[in-house]
Design a protein around this ligand. Sequence first.
Ligand code: 8GT
Length: 341
Amino acid sequence: MTPELKAANLVLRPLTHEDTPHVHRLVNDWKVVRTLSSLPFPYPRDLAEKWIRSTQEDSQAGHAYHFAITRENILIGAIGLVLSEDKKTASLGYWISPALWGQGLTTVAAQRIIEWGFRFLKLEKITADAAIDNPASCAVLKKLDFQEVGKSTRRFLSRGQNCEVTLFELNRARFLELNPTPPLPIPEEKPKPVSTSPEVTTTHSLRKPKTLLVVAAALLNLENKILLAQRPEGKPLAGLWEFPGGKVEIHETPEQALIREMQEELNIDLTASCLAPFTFISENVGEFHLLMPLFVVRRWQGTPFPKEGQNLAWVNAADLAKYPMPDPDLPLIPLFQELLG
Ligand SMILES: Nc1nc2c([nH]c(=O)n2[C@@H]2O[C@H](COP(=O)(O)OP(=O)(O)OP(=O)(O)O)[C@@H](O)[C@H]2O)c(=O)[nH]1
């Protein structure tokens, strides 16, 4: 499923039926449509509708992930990855409202999608192409470290003719070499001014990030299915699936925090439960260092109920990878597969 991703002041989210008039208005513009090979001009509204439907089907089937690019809740463009059959390669495509060209917004959105493609989808290579008379798009790809690998010709429906295109590629090893740190989460707090405490050095990159202590539970039911909760709208990383839990307050032990969070989020009582420490996440996620003890819990009182309106899913260990999760959770998947078979 297509998750919601944040990138600077942009939110990249799945397209919905309500986006149809905006997609139609923005794409049905010669300046946009001439850069896209597979669309006619004029671009009829029912094609916008069909395309949005197809993005939803493709996302469910895991064939392609298309995102609306939004700023302050307004759709300003779209970006997507279409996967090869073996799911090792994807081709990147995008368009953005011409009124916003030249502001670097496409680069910001594309950088986030590429990051997600390499780190979450574990792609080996991302390809892209741009008509040779579209230098702005070529410049975006070069800024993103794509390498030019050749030329080809492609039929452009909008122009009714074949056009020469430049082919680009970025492979996973190069991306990881150039971007060794995990993607930045969206900081919830404003950056604090650099203090003079001894653990702080003068440069931002060397500053010791604050440790964020979060506790979470893998609730296992009688069929050995694990409960995942989807982060609700309005929270950072909304749309991603995670182990229910939350931040440990200053006056709490992790176990006390877990009992409180399970009551607040799921209306279940863990006071008499066995909280079995299973593993932990210790990962630098940009503005802070996430430390997350994860407990396995098999018995509790009550029935999990999504008190915060979050979606819940009982998931077999073998299916965990089908649920987009925050990057730090990904190494946990094989551990559960080993534990639960
Ligand atoms: N609960 C939980 N949080 C996780 C997981 N993986 C992961 O990276 N996190 C991160 O840990 C942090 C948890 O913060 P939160 O915002 O959910 O905490 P909370 O429930 O206390 O929220 P609140 O501050 O809105 O009350 C988030 O940055 C979240 O992205 C996970 O599997 N479960």
